[in-house]
Design a protein around this ligand. Structure first.
Ligand SMILES: [Zn+2]
Length: 237
């Protein structure tokens, strides 16, 4: 898809001199050594071929990212994950504003099929709806506040969604529920399997925060975040 102009070699040389030639994205599967020019604000959103807006990326990450935005450079993206039957609604109360966009897997199922025990076809439809909404919103160039809610942070298309979210600096929330409490519930066989997978992943807020801090330090070293890890330094709207 020839939609990008070739970056001026002089600009590229300046980008490498300023920020290095290691892939800036660091998505799961990153090849580390960069071979391509990547736009912080995607070219499709009017991101320019400037030293400020370009960083070097490996071919894998450049392709994997597509036009997803770094959280704050367009939409601000939050992700809320937890085991099956986690109280996502309660968790979101007070966090989500009137203008926020919320894409919740559980809510999508309930909208399509209000009774308990949705058939597989309904679950598949909800999964596709969630995926489609995610793909569109993750590329959103407008300053929307977006909340993505689901249990396991992986799908067929995104086997390591958590790693991708960390790379793109999403604000990630883990609804921590003790395993005993979840397995004490009257889970369906599907929920039981999902719960087993969830607890096997051992995702905790502390682990996510540690990885996010590391990522923010890397982004700060690339001139994309204030070094204190705060969100200052994002472009003003
Ligand atoms: Zn990479």
């Amino acid at each position: 898809m020839p939609r990008r102009q070739t970056v001026d070699p002089l600009i590229r040389a300046q980008v490498i001199a300023a920020w290095g030639n290691q892939c800036w994205l660091g998505m799961p599967g990153c090849r580390i050594t960069a071979t391509e020019d990547d736009h912080i604000i995607p070219y499709a959103h009017g991101g320019k071929d400037t030293v400020t807006n370009l960083r070097r990326a490996c071919k894998h990450c450049n392709a994997a990212r597509q036009d997803r935005v770094l959280s704050g450079y367009g939409a601000t993206l939050h992700a809320v994950i937890g085991p099956p039957r986690a109280d996502f609604t309660g968790y979101l109360t007070g966090l989500v504003g009137r203008d926020s966009v919320v894409v919740s897997f559980d809510s999508l199922i309930r909208d399509i099929y209000p009774p308990a025990g949705p058939p597989d076809g309904v679950r598949l439809a909800a999964a596709m709806a969630w995926d489609g909404a995610y793909r569109a919103l993750a590329k959103c160039g407008q300053p929307l506040d977006i909340w993505l809610v689901r249990t396991l942070p992986r799908s067929r298309r995104h086997p390591d969604m958590l790693g991708e979210w960390l790379a793109l600096d999403y604000d990630i929330h883990v609804v921590e529920t003790p395993a005993d409490a979840t397995f004490d519930l009257d889970l369906t066989p599907r929920e039981y399997r999902a719960a087993q997978q969830w607890y096997a992943m051992r995702i905790t807020q502390r682990m996510v925060d540690a990885r996010a801090l590391q990522r923010r330090q890397r982004l700060a070293s690339l001139g994309l975040r204030a070094s204190d890890g705060q969100t200052a330094g994002r472009p003003a709207w």
